[in-house]
Design a protein around this ligand. Sequence first.
Ligand code: URA
Length: 195
Amino acid sequence: MYQTWEELLRACESCRQCGLCETRRHVVTGVGSPDAEVMFIGEGPGENEDLQGEPFVGRAGVLLDKMLLAVDLDRRQNIYIANIVKCRPPHNRDPKPEEQEQCIGWLRNQVKLIRPKIIVCLGRIAAMRIMNPDIRITREHGHFMQKNGVWMMAMLHPAAVLRDPRKKPEAFNDFLILREKIKEVCAHTYEAVQQ
Ligand code: URA
């Protein structure tokens, strides 16, 4: 466990714990405020993220930013976004269980430094890994549960919403549910925002 962000980021950026390091162009550690009370966790970098070194910068990221903005959340100000695996799986395949296992320590360290009040899992892979291996995301997204003193909720992955735009209303409703939970349990996320 690294005690500072500088140490953690330096170590993570030179990680060679699994085969994904052979093909990555950037290690995608995360983006956002280290003081965030709300943390979003996705699956792993895609091509755009691998090229730019930042999570959710492709089409799914644009949709994510729009839905975030609608509930006064901003990736550079009042949240933190990370992924289960920090390096791109080739051809955007799902990260293998052993790759997740090798990588999860970095995320655990990030969570320990941030100490979020709320964790939002974006998509099935993150929700299974963080919340419950048996989760049925189509049924259980938008429902909060408490685990180790942290409120957790799964959301539909924005890429899944892009593939099926009929899902937009239920996906956006989860952001409204999140906004209410933030008002209930977070002290400073909405501090600078006019209500
Ligand atoms: N999908 C993810 O799960 N994470 C990213 O960073 C980009 C796309």
